[in-house]
Design a protein around this ligand. Structure first.
Ligand code: PMP
Length: 357
């Protein structure tokens, strides 16, 4: 038996998401989820949802959700694209916009899904190392590119750049599409949505998974010129007309409409982040100035891999990346104040146990 059919199977290395656990009484601060529940208006929309309507296909254009997002961002509904999480939206953007024979450009270190999509879709890419301060140097992107994708704030560094930075990238990249991935922008970053009116080749991608506490619902969006949105629609409608389901349209719309709750929960996350940053610094950690719902921390006297394992044994889940330059860092998502207090106790126990060795 030669099993020749196996030769035609796709060999690909997938993206590895943060561990998910159903264990009880854990502190799960490893996947940048929001520690607060979705808006009460989302819960109400789900409770009121007419389950009989599930017999029908959803509105393929998700008109209601697009209208809510358009009103929120001060654009027209045809400047909005929605998808099944921002991973879905980004994957469609890669297919729709990155068809040049020149490589696309993005930073190294960054969101580790980008190379996975490049490999899946056969897109050539080059990466530019971050500076010693882990910042992106906009001058790196002056070369001719087949496209650019940058998360702002960047992940997992947590550092955010201002509009002047994005303007610089746009000035230097007028012949390709630039994607700014704003998954974490609502926690103190500066959004580039306003620049989409000035630059028809700029697409800003956002998500409901972080600041709107809806990671499980799978909703993401892009804001861009009508021309770019039309291309995204055409690509999406070439493989699946119904990425966003009826329930997600209702719940997502309710989430966007509850601005007060959104602001309140973002503020709470930011306050907790600042408190934990200060506490870790007092313990001798170096913590990057986060503009996200997570922090990147290191300690010159201790192994962060060991700390990650120590905390895990105490049911406190953070994230460790065994990657060049960040292999002595940990990424800690911001939980509730109680969860973060438990985390701090765990960290102090770890430092003590190491000191006693
Ligand atoms: N972009 C970045 C930078 C992220 O960290 C994530 C979360 N893993 C995403 C996009 C995708 O998030 P989602 O698909 O849940 O919207």
């Amino acid at each position: 038996m030669q099993n020749l059919w196996k030769e035609n199977l796709r060999k690909i290395e997938p993206y590895v998401p943060g561990e998910q656990s159903t264990e009880k009484d854990i502190v799960k601060i490893n996947a940048n989820e929001n520690p607060y529940p979705p808006s009460p208006r989302v819960i109400e929309a789900i409770n009121k949802f007419n389950c009989d309507s599930l017999r029908f296909y959803p509105n393929a254009n998700a008109t209601k959700l697009k209208k809510a997002l358009a009103d929120y961002y001060g654009v027209e509904a045809d400047n909005v694209f929605v998808g099944n999480g921002s991973d879905d939206v980004l994957a469609i953007c890669f297919q729709a916009f990155f068809n040049s024979n020149k490589p696309i450009a993005y930073p190294d270190i960054t969101y580790s899904f980008y190379p996975v999509w490049c490999r899946l879709f056969g897109i050539d890419y080059k990466t530019y190392p971050l500076g010693d301060d882990f910042r992106i140097n906009p001058n790196d992107y002056k070369e001719e590119n087949g496209g650019v994708v940058i998360p702002n704030p960047n992940a997992p560094t947590s550092l955010g750049e201002g509009l002047d930075f994005v303007e610089k990238i746009m000035q230097e990249n007028q012949d390709c599409v630039v994607i700014i991935d704003e998954a974490y922008v609502d926690f103190g970053g500066e959004s580039s949505v306003c620049l989409t009116k000035k630059y028809p080749n700029l697409a800003v991608v956002g998500t409901f998974s972080k600041s709107r506490s809806l990671a499980g619902l799978r909703l993401g969006f892009a804001i861009a010129s009508k021309e770019l949105i039309a291309i995204l629609e055409a690509v999406k409608n070439s493989y699946n007309s119904y990425t966003v389901d009826s329930l997600a349209i209702e719940a997502g719309t309710a989430a966007v409409e509850d601005d007060e709750y959104f602001r309140l929960t973002c503020k709470k996350v930011i306050e907790t982040r600042e408190r934990i940053t200060a506490s870790l610094r007092e313990l001798g950690f170096e913590v990057l100035d986060s503009k996200t719902n997570f922090i990147m921390a290191t300690h010159s006297d201790y192994s962060m891999k060991k700390m990650f394992e120590f905390l895990k044994s105490r049911k406190i889940y953070i994230r460790y990346f065994n990657l060049p330059r960040i292999d002595n860092y940990v990424r800690i998502s911001i939980g509730t104040d109680d969860e973060m207090n438990r985390f701090l106790i765990g960290v102090k126990e770890f430092l003590l146990s190491e000191n006693n060795k």
